[in-house]
Design a binder for this molecule. Structure first.
Ligand code: COA
Length: 203
């Protein structure tokens, strides 16, 4: 059966910012739940500070089916203020959690162009959606003057590792020290070098 082609746009170009999209994007970062709380809490903390020009949206006529969030030039998908943290956790707890979140964000600064998150709705997987999003991510990186894309993937996320391996990402190092310092899973830093003609295999 012929599939409807997927549309990829920068979220900042959309006329409307749908709360459902913000909710989906902020539901990522589950590994930081000990700082950011559960999904509802992450939405309250982060939704007002989304940088929509750091989010690519994949959609078909039936709605949004995937997104990719990225970080470069020191700006990622989230720039939350301190206020929602204080509202949520009080002065002391809020400031501490805000500080920890900012430290975890700084960790990604040295990557240059960092793929912060990539997700496709369960019902739309294995249809090439993430591959199409990745191609758009590469274009963003090249457009921003970057020659490589880096990311961190949880070591236990075998599906994502297979996906990134298929797209030419190679492991650089395993970050075990992070999981010794904080209750977060072991992650692997992956890198893909780009050339101006970099294309991903799509279906
Ligand atoms: C990983 C993820 C983004 C892949 O999205 P997708 O749209 O299904 O990926 P594609 O259809 O473009 O897959 C392209 C290729 O990647 C590989 N791949 C994708 N999912 C795979 C899986 N579950 N197991 C093994 N290989 C997989 C395959 O080689 C696939 O080609 P094929 O379907 O012809 O075999 C999706 O499974 C997802 O959203 N997972 C949850 C969030 C997540 O883990 N994100 C990545 C961490 S940052």
């Amino acid at each position: 059966m012929q599939r409807e082609p997927v549309q990829i746009v920068l979220a900042s170009s959309l006329a409307q910012r749908e709360p459902a999209i913000a909710r989906w994007i902020t539901s990522g970062r589950g590994s930081l739940a000990f700082i950011l709380g559960d999904e509802d809490c992450r939405y309250r903390l982060l939704a007002d500070g989304i940088n929509w020009d750091r989010v690519l949206i994949a959609s078909r006529s039936d709605g949004v089916i995937g997104y990719a969030a990225f970080k470069h030039h020191r700006l990622g998908p989230f720039s939350p203020g301190l206020a929602p943290f204080v509202r949520e956790f009080g002065w002391l707890g809020g400031t501490l959690r805000y500080g920890l979140f900012m430290i975890s964000e700084c960790r990604e600064w040295y990557y240059g162009f960092y793929l912060y998150g990539l997700r496709v709705h369960k019902v739309a997987r294995r249809q090439g959606i993430a591959s199409t999003l990745l191609q758009a991510v590469f274009e963003q990186a090249l457009g921003g003057g970057h020659e490589k894309v880096e990311l961190e993937v949880q070591a236990k996320n075998l599906a994502a590792r297979a996906f990134y391996a298929r797209h030419g990402f190679v492991p650089i190092r395993t970050l075990r020290w992070l999981s010794r310092l904080m209750p977060i899973p072991t992650v692997i830093n992956l890198r893909r070098t780009l050339s101006p003609l970099s294309r991903v295999p799509t279906k």
